[in-house]
Ligand binder design. Structure first.
Ligand code: UDP
Ligand code: GLC
Length: 382
């Protein structure tokens, strides 16, 4: 099947990393069309997945910015739509991986009569999107032959916002367990970080207010001095004010010796291996939460914010811990518990690793997607 994948971003957020795994089986007959240049393109090329930057200029859209804003710059996206329409005629199916890709993909689907698939990586609720944005996204998504929601939480929000129940299916992100089971020496990595003998909490996420790095900093202020944290990730979508705010918070709380900002890293697996605990602290509902599954696959214990997709990934006391979003004190208590009960923590992390290797195995997830796409194609042909 010839698939034209569309994604608005040139940067490797979770939706983009997920797309690499989805596009890979189709690498001989697909094209990934991006609306911006950047390191995501390099990652696709490294995997030998055909990729083209389709926009002459990147469309000026932040991940959380308004779709209407994106549409109002039609002068900018007009040539992009024309280009996508032209290319789409060579493909059997259009697969939109982001909201702005949905806008362009829906128009291209209309003009070329190619079926449209939308991979919904967002929770369409008021914590994340304005009412106008949600209505527009749902109206366009309802024209698709298939909407793949990345969690039950994303599916529920889609239905709540008026999405069609007959076209939506849940497919979790898939992961190749072997990638996460490298034998790194945690002590050596901690030494390299200068964090020898410390209890290390890792946070792996782009720096963005709703990802809640500030909650982890607040929790650290309630922990003993030998509890340290690495913040791994960068502001991918222009959240420079938040980065500044985090640095100020570190200074204000006197956490300079306890916190390291490592920026965006491509060696997440080895860094996770060095962590005694991985914290996920989103203050708004997380649509899925790749980092939670990645930590589990690395055999590291996870504490996550109890909302959205995270609730489908973690069962408290069995495969990790859930704490209320935004609650720094409960997070500090979870860190302390984990530290005080190393044997229990180890067995929970082990259980999570086994479960995650089965539930989110890339081959199973890719089979699910292949079946759904075949169904779309058959429906379209009949
Ligand atoms: N990630 C990375 N390097 C970093 C920080 C994060 O490669 O420095 C990866 C992380 O391993 C995960 C993804 O970025 O695969 C983030 O996806 P997630 O679903 O957790 O959140 P998103 O940013 O997509 O909302
Ligand atoms: C989005 C979501 C994240 C999810 C990822 C992959 O970026 O914010 O929660 O894990 O897509 O589906």
């Amino acid at each position: 099947m010839k698939i034209l994948f569309l994604d608005q971003s040139g940067k490797p957020g979770g939706a983009e990393l997920c797309l690499i795994d989805i596009a890979k089986p189709y690498q001989d007959s697909c094209l990934v069309g991006l609306f911006a240049d950047g390191p995501f393109k390099d990652l696709l090329e490294q995997q030998y997945i055909p990729v083209q930057v389709l926009a002459a200029q990147p469309i000026q859209v932040r991940k959380e910015s308004s779709l209407v804003q994106g549409l109002s710059s039609l002068g900018q996206i007009g040539p992009l739509i024309a280009r996508v329409v032209q290319i789409a005629r060579e493909y059997d199916l259009i697969y939109a991986n982001t909201q702005k890709a949905l806008v362009v993909g829906a128009l291209a689907s209309f003009f070329t009569r190619r079926p449209l698939v939308y991979h919904l990586h967002d929770i369409l609720c008021d914590q994340h999107f304005s009412g106008t944005n949600r209505r527009l996204a749902v109206t366009l998504a309802n024209r698709a032959s298939l909407v793949i929601a990345n969690s039950k939480a994303s599916q529920a929000a889609f239905l709540e916002a008026g999405g069609r129940s007959d076209i939506v299916d849940v497919v979790y992100n898939g992961f190749e367990p072997a990638v996460y089971q490298h034998q790194f020496d945690p002590i050596k990595i901690k030494q390299q970080l200068g964090l020898d003998g410390q209890f290390l909490v890792g946070h792996f996420s782009r720096l963005s207010p709703w990802k809640g790095q500030h909650i982890l900093l607040e929790a650290l202020a309630h922990c003993p001095k030998d509890v340290t944290a690495i913040l791994v990730g960068d502001a991918l979508f222009g959240e420079q004010d938040y980065v500044q705010q985090l640095h100020e918070q570190v200074a204000l709380l006197g956490l300079e010796e306890q916190v390291q900002f490592l920026g965006f890293r491509s060696d997440v697996v080895s860094l996770m291996a060095a962590c005694d605990l991985v914290a996920h602290t989103s203050t708004a509902a997380e649509p899925f939460g790749r980092v939670i599954v990645e930590a589990m696959l690395c055999g590291r214990p996870v504490v996550a914010a109890q909302a959205g997709g995270a609730v489908e990934l973690v069962e408290t006391g069995k495969t990790g811990w859930l704490v209320p979003p935004g609650d720094a004190l409960q997070l500090a208590a979870a860190i302390a518990n984990c530290r005080q009960q190393p044997e229990l923590t180890k067995s929970i992390a082990h259980q999570a690793q086994i479960e995650a290797s089965q539930r989110f195995h890339l081959s199973t997830i890719n089979q699910q997607i292949a079946q759904l796409l075949s169904r779309v194609r058959l429906q379209h042909q009949s």
